[in-house]
Design a protein around this ligand. Structure first.
Ligand code: BGC
Ligand code: CA
Length: 263
């Protein structure tokens, strides 16, 4: 009867020079011939496989970590960008607001400068007026209802009187209200006034070339008394409300000048 394989192997193992191989085979096969323990090369392979698996896991873990880190970084950058955008918008809004404010302040500054110019002009004008008032008052002029009046202390012809007024920057008085008429009577003087018909007989004209409208002739005047050429007017009847009289222009009289000067 032929022996089974395991029996044959044992017999071969007994042969000189083949014992080592036989030992090795023993460790590989059981009594029934099946594989029992791995050879040293298989261990290495398993080791390599396990290492490879570990490396793969490590690689996967690394990939996931990197992805997570990148994703986190990207989120962080996106948030930062959004925040910067918001800040930029805020700055742009603030800048617009400041620009508008600056324009408004410029406008206000211009207004103030314009007001200041206007006030400076007004102040200078008032200074000039005050100076004029002081000068006229100092020279004995009397102020009444927006005019200064000068009453002479010497006598002259009508034209001589007028020339004196013109020399003083004024002219003979023009009476154009009841109040002004009353004003002239308080001096109780026969004075020339700025009324004449020298150019055209009976056409009474004031020194500013306006025609006579409101008059204060004494009853019976003007009369060119006894055929005289009475072309100039005086306050002959100063005791009466209506004090005017026409008289020869070459007569010598006091006179009253008027200088309009509204405040
Ligand atoms: C008359 C005036 C006249 C004057 C002349 C007076 O008596 O009433 O009309 O002008 O004399 O001096
Ligand atoms: Ca007369």
């Amino acid at each position: 009867m032929p022996k089974n394989e395991s029996e044959i192997t044992i017999e071969i193992g007994n042969l000189p020079g083949i014992s080592a191989r036989s030992d090795a085979l023993k460790s590989y096969t059981g009594e029934d011939g099946e594989v029992a323990t791995p050879v040293p090369g298989g261990k290495l392979h398993r080791c390599i496989a396990v290492s490879f698996c570990l490396l793969c896991i490590l690689q996967a873990a690394l990939n996931i970590s990197l992805r997570l880190a990148l994703s986190f970084q990207q989120n962080s950058l996106t948030e930062e960008r959004e925040e910067l955008k918001r800040q930029l918008n805020d700055y742009a809004f603030q800048q617009n607001s400041l620009t508008e404010e600056r324009e408004e302040l410029k406008r206000q500054l211009n207004d103030y400068a314009s007001q200041q110019n206007s006030l400076t002009r007004e102040r200078d004008e008032l200074k000039r007026k005050l100076n004029d008032f002081a000068n006229y008052a100092q020279q004995g002029w009397v102020y009444f209802s927006d005019s200064f009046y000068y009453i002479s202390s010497i006598k002259k012809t009508w034209q001589g009187s007028r020339d004196d007024c013109l020399h003083r920057g004024a002219d003979l008085i023009i009476i154009n209200s009841k109040e002004e008429q009353v004003f002239t009577r308080q001096f109780e003087k026969i004075m020339w006034i700025g009324l004449t018909d020298r150019e055209t007989e009976a056409r009474w004209e004031w020194v500013d070339r306006t025609l006579l409208t409101t008059s204060f002739w004494y009853p019976g005047e003007p009369n060119n008394y006894i055929g005289r050429n009475e072309d100039c007017v005086e306050t002959w009847y100063y005791n009466d409300d209506n004090s005017w009289n026409d008289v020869v222009c070459e007569n010598q009289n006091f006179w009253i000048c008027e200088k309009k000067m509204a405040l």
